[in-house]
Write a protein that binds this ligand. Structure first.
Ligand code: GLC
Length: 534
């Protein structure tokens, strides 16, 4: 196989996700905004990341905090104006970074003019832009599909006496992607932003975009238990991941390919072998189908290792890997694996082969913040209160400094700050040699500097759990990464091989510059990056 020589920015670089409500407020209304992001770009540049992905900033009634869009080509006044956006894009580019927007093509807001028209009458020209169905003969819903945020996925429309389908909230009706007019409208939205110069899209719920044409019932989930979301009562075999989705993705890719070096990242929660099909035939699908292995698996070296290898093995030729460790929908990594493992997790994310996506605040070790029940805002939490599914705890304001509200706002923040923000913030950690932020900063610097770490090959190394080990190699520079995924010390005993080298980065910097050879021991929660002797 010929070695790929030229790597694009989205292959060699690092993506950083900003949840705009929570990054930086500039007008003290308690909600972050574009001006706020602009004021923090120097921090992101210092941190060393390549691209910023910003969750939705468009006009929206905010039923799902921006993922219910009422105008795809505007900016919500809460976040600023189109002039602010243009300035953001210019300032990002001026710092030699990239800007990725969130595209939400699966559904609109129920207040989007398209839906208002569609629901106005059965013979409205946009009726077929959404998924309308007659009730069954007994008046019941067309099928048993469930909504991700609780309850049924069908909403009755009194006026026109049909149900419409919504995979998420009833305020988020699903578009009918079988309709060519819908396709064209969304491709035009993409072009609107690409013409402005945005560097790509993260595409929301890509695997939901087409549903079974016959709307067949989903099979019941035999493993369902009451603590799970009601969505999991059935297996979404007919409501998601339909074969026709790949035609849609390929068409979206064609639009991306009208422009130079833009990236399309697909949000897809599927098992590895289904996930990799989204690269498309001849890699003409999405550039990066988000790989959520590190978010969804138990923190167990054996399980993670087997999935890394399965993923590497399942990738199509020329398909570029990627890794994610946190996002605005899932508990933060520190809250999943604990403070003591958080550096190990960061080292894993930033040394695996493939584009890493970081989530704002993880570089500080920010934890999920407890939200009093009467202050919960996330609809997923509110709709199924007894199940503790609120995503608010992972969406709290970025902790910048020790002033009021951690420097996020002088107003009332939309979600609370944790009690410890005076010591857990950028300003304090930047000056501490052993802080999480300093660790991330150095890790990013090393990754960006060493080709072996950003584009090098991946070679699994046999190590007994709780250790996870692998080599990254490029043009005779070889790095051995060893991670202890447990709290207890253990010994690295490589089989059939002797490795010798120098530690160039460690979770405990005191270990750096030491030369290691043969069998050696690691302390609990320790991670090492070793430059191997030739
Ligand atoms: C995606 C988003 C999530 C949103 C949902 C519906 O999963 O990441 O935040 O609620 O889609 O748009």
């Amino acid at each position: 196989m010929a070695q790929q020589q030229h790597y694009l920015w989205w292959q060699s670089g690092i993506v950083y996700q900003i949840y705009p409500r929570s990054f930086q407020d500039s007008n003290n209304d308690g909600v972050g905004d574009l001006e706020g992001i602009i004021s923090r770009l120097d921090y992101l540049k210092w941190l060393g990341i390549t691209a910023v992905w910003v969750s939705p900033i468009y006009p929206s009634p905010m039923a799902d905090f921006g993922y219910d869009i009422s105008d795809y080509c505007g900016i919500h006044p809460l976040f600023g104006t189109m002039d602010d956006f243009d300035r953001l894009l210019k300032e990002v580019h001026a710092r030699d970074m990239k800007l990725i927007l969130d595209l939400v093509p699966n559904h609109t807001s129920n207040e989007h003019p398209w839906f208002l028209e569609s629901r106005s009458s059965r013979d409205n020209p946009k009726r077929d832009w959404y998924i309308w169905e007659d009730p069954n003969k007994d008046g019941s819903e067309p099928n048993n599909w469930m909504a991700v945020f609780g309850g049924t996925a069908w909403e009755w429309d009194e006026k026109t006496e049909q149900y419409y389908y919504h995979a998420f909230l009833k305020e988020q009706p699903d578009l009918n992607w079988r309709n060519p007019e819908v396709q064209k409208a969304m491709f035009d939205v993409m072009r609107f932003w690409l013409d402005k110069g945005v560097d790509g899209f993260r595409v929301d719920v890509m695997w939901h975009m087409i549903k079974d044409k016959q709307l067949r019932d989903n099979p019941p989930n035999p493993d369902y238990n009451e603590s799970q979301s009601t969505y999991q009562k059935v297996i979404p075999a007919f409501s998601t991941d339909q074969p026709e989705v790949h035609e849609i993705v390929a068409m979206m890719r064609d639009v991306m390919d009208e422009y130079d070096e833009r990236v399309m990242i697909g949000e897809i929660y599927l098992p590895i072998h289904q996930l990799v099909s989204y690269y498309g035939i001849n890699n003409q699908g999405t550039h990066l189908p988000f790989n959520f292995i590190l978010i969804t698996l138990d923190w167990d070296a054996g399980i993670i290792k087997s999935h890394i290898d399965e993923y590497e093995g399942a990738l199509p030729q020329g398909g570029w890997p990627n890794w994610v460790i946190g996002n605005h929908d899932k508990p933060r990594i520190t809250s999943r694996v604990g403070d003591s493992q958080a550096k190990v997790a960061g080292m894993l994310l930033l040394t695996l082969r493939g584009t890493p996506t970081m989530y704002y605040g993880d570089e500080l070790g920010m934890r999920d913040v407890p939200i009093p029940p009467d202050q919960i805002q996330d609809p997923q939490g509110l709709n199924m209160p007894e199940k503790d599914l609120s995503r608010d705890p992972a969406r709290t304001p970025m902790q910048w400094d020790k002033t009021k509200n951690a420097g996020f706002t002088e107003g009332e923040p939309w979600l609370p700050l944790p009690a410890n923000f005076k010591r857990m913030n950028v300003e304090v950690q930047r000056n501490e040699p052993y802080s999480m932020l300093t660790f991330y900063h150095r890790l990013i610097e090393l990754r960006q500097k060493e080709q072996a770490l950003h584009v090098g090959s991946y070679l699994p190394v046999t190590a007994k759990p709780p250790l996870l080990a692998y080599i990254r190699e490029h043009e005779n520079r070889r790095f051995l990464i060893i991670l202890n995924l447990s709290h207890k010390p253990c010994v690295f005993r490589p089989e059939h091989q002797t490795y010798s080298g120098t530690v160039v980065l460690a979770t405990d910097p005191e270990r750096e510059n030491s030369n290691l050879k043969g069998n050696f021991s690691l302390s609990g929660d320790e991670g090492l990056v070793m430059r191997l002797d030739q």
